[in-house]
Design a protein around this ligand. Structure first.
Ligand code: NAD
Length: 249
């Protein structure tokens, strides 16, 4: 028996990167897994796939209802879909702030709202939000992105408090720099992507990027009954980025 046998999970943004690795890990460990994504065309069995845009409440409600009906219930929500944003507060206009907030913050709220009635019926209910070290560290050129992840962190704590007596645990993972298509897209914009990647790796305490599978492992722990007494926490998966100070100051 695995800790995931019989668990029914929904992973948003599960067609790529961290979400994909998470969906695959949960399924490999015995969970039944549904993926909700803007473009789920690459998602393969045994994963179930549903197309939805987390900025569109109607499409979220329809997709969550279909996923829950096909799974036969819901125990785990991995609220992971998110997008990046670059720059200082002077670089992004109001429209861009609203657009990224709508995906990264309100998107998670919409999916949670649709999922909560079903999670209440589970005896192992857990929500895991994908946050970021940007929530609690001052990263340059990430004002908008960091503000969205700061909101995700606060949302995680507030939801943990609101739903603890209903038996629903709410936690988040705070990844560092993870080797996903997202980072690939960023590096491809550099004049020398290979040199940029080497510099990025050199900035990591471990000397390498975090893998999507390593973030998936942390999500899986927080999603499973193994972490049954853990709620309202953020688990860093950042290769020591935030906690370590390798050179004395
Ligand atoms: P990714 O771009 O590889 O995957 C993101 C997935 O989300 C894609 O499949 C995309 O189609 C989906 N998505 C985007 N907007 C959507 C929308 N409106 N509706 C539905 N689906 C949508 O990115 P990733 O690196 O795997 O990032 C996943 C999460 O991890 C994000 O929340 C991101 O903020 C967070 N994160 C990533 C890193 C990193 O270094 N890669 C670090 C910290 C946190």
């Amino acid at each position: 028996m695995s800790d995931f046998d019989g668990l029914k999970a929904l992973v948003t943004g599960g067609a790529s990167g961290i979400g994909r690795a998470t969906a695959e890990l949960l399924a490999a460990r015995g969970a039944q897994v549904a993926v909700l994504d803007l473009d789920p065309s690459s998602v393969e069995k045994p994963l179930l796939a549903y197309s939805a845009d987390v900025t569109d409440d109607a499409s979220v409600r329809t997709a969550v209802a279909a996923a829950v009906a096909d799974l036969g219930g819901l125990d785990v929500l991995v609220n992971n879909a998110g997008i990046g944003a670059h720059g200082t507060v002077e670089d992004n206009d109001d429209a861009e702030w609203h657009r990224v907030m709508d995906v990264n913050v309100v998107g998670m709220v919409r999916v949670a709202r649709a999922a909560l009635p079903h999670l209440r019926a589970s005896s192992h209910a857990a929500i895991v939000n994908t946050c970021s070290i940007a929530a609690t560290a001052g990263l340059p050129q990430r004002a908008l992105y960091s503000a969205t992840k700061g909101a995700v962190y606060s949302l995680t704590l507030a939801m943990a408090a609101d739903h603890v007596r209903e038996g629903i645990r709410v936690n988040c993972v705070n990844p560092g720099t993870v080797d996903t298509p997202w980072v690939g897209r960023l590096l491809s914009k550099a004049t020398d992507p290979a040199a940029e990647r080497a510099a990025l790796e050199a900035r990591q305490p471990t000397g390498r990027l975090v893998s999507a599978a390593e973030v998936a492992g942390a999500v899986a722990y927080l999603a499973s009954p193994l972490s049954g007494a853990t709620t309202g926490t953020a688990l860093a998966v950042d290769g020591g980025m935030q906690g370590l100070r390798l050179r004395p100051v």
